[in-house]
Structures are given as structure tokens and as C-alpha cells.
Design a protein. Structure first.
Length: 92
């Protein structure tokens, strides 16, 4: 096996959902820095995991784990594991 047959493992990161005036999801990308995406879920609406996933997908991310509740009263009440879409892990 040659070096060009290896790919770096995809970096698993945590996306976090936060409510300000509406729901946003954020990822602290090690290359591009902090990134934020509007979910399209407006004021006074409950968190919508499907809308958050779609917002991340539009931004080039793949959600690889379920959205989990940290605490309903926490500043970051929901998180999910994500990776850049199109990245492959392991040996090709």
C-alpha cells in the first residue's frame, strides 16, 4: 500500500443548537473557525432536529449521530456529532 492510498480519518466534531431570536446551529471547524447556520425555525418554535440537520447539510456537513438533549434550560440544549460531507475515513 502506498501513501497516496491512505486518507485521514474524518474529523468528528460537535454541532450545537442555540436559541437567540431563532434557532441556529454552530460548528467550531478547526480549519475555517466557528461557523453558524440558521435552521429556518423561527421565534417561539420548538427545536426541530430535521431543520437543524438540513441547515448543516446545506453548509456541507453530515450529521453522524442523533441530536441529543443536554438540558432544556442550558445555553446549548441540543448537540449532535457531525463531519464534513464528502470526507472519507480509513484506507481506500
Amino acid at each position: 500500500m502506498t501513501r497516496d492510498h491512505l486518507t485521514a480519518p474524518a474529523a468528528a466534531l460537535t454541532a450545537r443548537a442555540e436559541y437567540h431570536t431563532d434557532w441556529h446551529v454552530y460548528v467550531d471547524d478547526p480549519v475555517d473557525g466557528p461557523l453558524g447556520y440558521c435552521t429556518g425555525t423561527g421565534p417561539d418554535e420548538d427545536f426541530d432536529p430535521a431543520a437543524a440537520t438540513r441547515a448543516l447539510e446545506r453548509g456541507g456537513w453530515r450529521v453522524t449521530g442523533p441530536w441529543t438533549t443536554t438540558s432544556p434550560t442550558a445555553e446549548v440544549p441540543f448537540t449532535a456529532t457531525v463531519e464534513r460531507a464528502g470526507e472519507r475515513s480509513g484506507v481506500s
